[in-house]
Design a protein around this ligand. Structure first.
Ligand SMILES: Nc1ncnc2c1ncn2[C@@H]1O[C@H](COP(=O)(O)OP(=O)(O)OP(=O)(O)O)[C@@H](O)[C@H]1O
Length: 611
């Protein structure tokens, strides 16, 4: 894990080749032709900045002058309120995250007109480069968690963690006073540490539980991500008796069932659960709710949806209503014939109608839903399906983001990311990629293509090229190693490839969008968009595989001539067209030298298909 010191000291890397900014008048590409059409739009967005009231500007300046280590307390306090509420259980004071009462009537009306709920239109914001020492009292972390953090190299908490952890710790304290626990929606850039923002407080809350019951459900869209998050939980649970399970479909159903539920316990009141925390994919969760005897959500306290917008986009949404039904049925009818006794170890968390009517029994904490994403959906209809209760929206943003109800706020990028694009004739893209590899513009990285088919063919071509050039002809005498990494490759093979990549034995993984989301590989220095992403969310997640945890990284997008107009419009519409995105063009001299190698590689692959 990157340390917070790294986080602060990074500088952006420049590519070796000549750069031209987009507003360079000498540029004569299809993109710039479109500039005048959009001028009006940009004018209006810059106007809003210059017309800003002085007071608001001063506030922003003050924010900018933050000292992330020492004064971070001020940074993610809701600026409209100076009040802090005292934690009832001896925790340190924590910020009051209640809704912003100062939201202007105008912005309230604007949000209402667009059908955006107030909580979504007025997030509590946190500056993206803030870090807070882990020992800060507001986190109230136990020595067990602190020692795991130390082991992981976590000395400071990143912005998203410094906002979410106190909010959750506060909610836990309030839950004990039978107050309502608010659901949480969190939007923070890629690589900003969202995983630990929920792992740490969940482990902290559950570590003192007495018996094993399924209390935290963490849903992720893919098997690969589920594995990654399971590993993270397992690491932070060392030293506790908490058990972490995985249901991602990589082992046969029966084996997975046996790892989650014990047959011996008799399937009552969730006492057959073998895990406290379950990390799963939607498909397997659905299967277990349907088919696994004794699998119950009766004791659930946390329901995390990581990469929430992708989960809400799942073609098959049945899993969502299945979970809601499971929760609701269990709380209405009870799922058990067990007789309740106050001494029962289950009593404090069991969600059963007969218990809830008993005035002597403290109600169980309600299930807190926690949504995380780098590109949280603003679609009210989709969010409504989650049945959120009094949600709190925390957004990690940058000073440049401006209007938080605008699109730029939806897509915040790591400050350590350098972004480049090139307009490239479609048929020359392989040559362009060879150039970038040969001239070492692309360090260790991943290359995204639009489809499995393209990934496969490109990997073949690049491998034919690298195999065909003798080792001593390569720059620095080192041949580049390229591998295909896609859903066509088996999960076991993907695991092996990732290991080789992490060990430095593979330089470039060519893939479809399989790993565009969430995958955390420390060693990725460069992302290449061989095919330009078609929407901003896809762009954000792809480039977000680099520049993680405060490390430097670069992203290069090869924009086909026919896609240039769409690419520029997409960037403009999302406030991402400007100095942050630089143009690069290959140097002809090197390209000329590579042309022959390219021809040889093409012939070699052509003969493969002819056979
Ligand atoms: N406080 C911290 N100090 C040092 N490293 C950290 C800290 N928090 C997280 N990291 C590291 O930062 C990396 C990125 O974290 P994580 O995968 O949680 O990002 P993310 O916000 O979920 O990104 P994405 O949106 O792409 O999924 C991980 O390698 C993690 O171990």
């Amino acid at each position: 894990m990157g340390s917070s010191k790294e986080h602060k000291s990074n500088k952006k890397r420049k590519p070796e080749e000549a750069e031209r900014t987009l507003d360079d008048p000498s540029t004569s590409d299809p993109i710039t032709k479109d500039q005048s059409r959009k001028k009006e739009k940009r004018k209006s967005s810059s106007k809003s900045t210059s017309d800003e009231p002085k007071e608001k500007k001063n506030k922003k300046d003050k924010k900018r002058r933050k000292d992330s280590e020492g004064k971070a307390k001020d940074v993610h306090k809701d600026e409209s309120r100076d009040t802090e509420i005292a934690a009832p259980d001896g925790l340190q004071r924590f910020p009051d995250f209640s809704q912003d009462p100062s939201a202007s009537t105008e912005s309230i009306l604007k949000a209402a007109q667009l059908g955006i709920p107030q909580w979504l239109a007025h997030p509590t914001t946190v500056e993206r480069d803030v870090t807070v020492p882990i020992s800060d009292g507001r986190f109230a972390l136990s020595s067990q968690i602190l020692s795991r953090c130390a082991k992981a190299g976590v000395e400071s908490l990143f912005a998203v963690q410094s906002a979410v952890i106190p909010a959750l710790r506060a909610a836990h304290a309030l839950a004990r006073l039978r107050q309502h626990v608010r659901d949480l929606c969190v939007s923070a850039p890629t690589g900003s540490g969202k995983t630990l923002a929920f792992v740490i407080p969940i482990v902290e809350k559950l570590r003192s539980r007495l018996v094993t019951r399924l209390r935290a459900l963490v849903v992720l869209p893919t098997k690969d991500l589920a594995h990654q998050v399971k590993e993270c939980f397992a690491f932070f649970c060392v030293g506790t008796s908490l058990r972490v399970g995985l249901a991602a479909g990589d082992v046969p159903m029966a084996k997975e069932q046996a790892s989650l539920v014990s047959e011996e316990a008799g399937y009552l009141d969730g006492d057959s659960s073998l895990v406290d925390i379950l990390v799963c994919t939607p498909g397997r969760l659905y299967d277990h709710l349907t088919m696994t005897k004794g699998f119950t959500l009766q004791h659930l306290e946390f329901w995390v949806m990581d990469e929430a917008d992708r989960l809400l986009n799942e073609a098959n949404e049945e899993w969502l209503s299945k979970v809601h039904t499971a929760i609701e049925q269990e709380s209405l009818s009870g799922n058990s014939s067990n007789i309740y006794t106050p001494a029962s170890s289950n009593a404090s968390t069991m969600r059963r109608a007969d218990l809830q009517l008993d005035p002597l029994v403290q109600p169980p904490p309600r299930i807190q839903k926690l949504l995380f994403s780098a590109t949280l959906t603003g679609d009210p209809a989709k969010l409504a399906r989650l049945k959120l209760v009094n949600p709190l929206y925390i957004a990690v943003t940058s000073d440049e983001d401006g209007d938080l109800s605008g699109p730029a706020a939806k897509y915040t990028f790591p400050s350590t990311l350098s972004e480049y694009f090139s307009i490239c004739p479609e048929e020359k893209k392989p040559l362009w990629l060879m150039y970038m590899l040969w001239s070492r513009i692309v360090g260790r990285g991943i290359c995204f293509t639009k489809s499995l088919e393209t990934a496969h063919r490109l990997a073949q071509l690049m491998q034919a090229w690298t195999d065909g050039v003798p080792s001593d002809e390569w720059p620095e005498g080192r041949r580049i190693v390229i591998a295909e990494y896609s859903s066509e490759v088996s999960f076991t093979e993907r695991t092996r490839l990732l290991r080789l990549f992490k060990e430095g034995n593979i330089d470039l993984l060519i893939c479809s969008d399989l790993i565009a989301r969430g995958l955390d590989i420390d060693q990725i220095e460069t992302v290449v968009n061989y095919d330009a992403p078609t929407d901003m969310s896809q762009y954000t997640h792809r480039v977000g595989r680099t520049a993680r945890a405060g490390k430097n990284g670069s992203a290069y997008t090869l924009v086909g001539v026919t896609q240039a107009h769409h690419f520029k419009t997409m960037m403009l519409d999302n406030g991402h067209w400007g100095p942050m995105l630089k143009r690069f063009d290959p140097r002809n001299k090197i390209m000329d030298a590579l042309r022959d190698q390219y021809k040889v590689a093409l012939e070699k692959v052509g003969s493969l298909y002819a056979e």
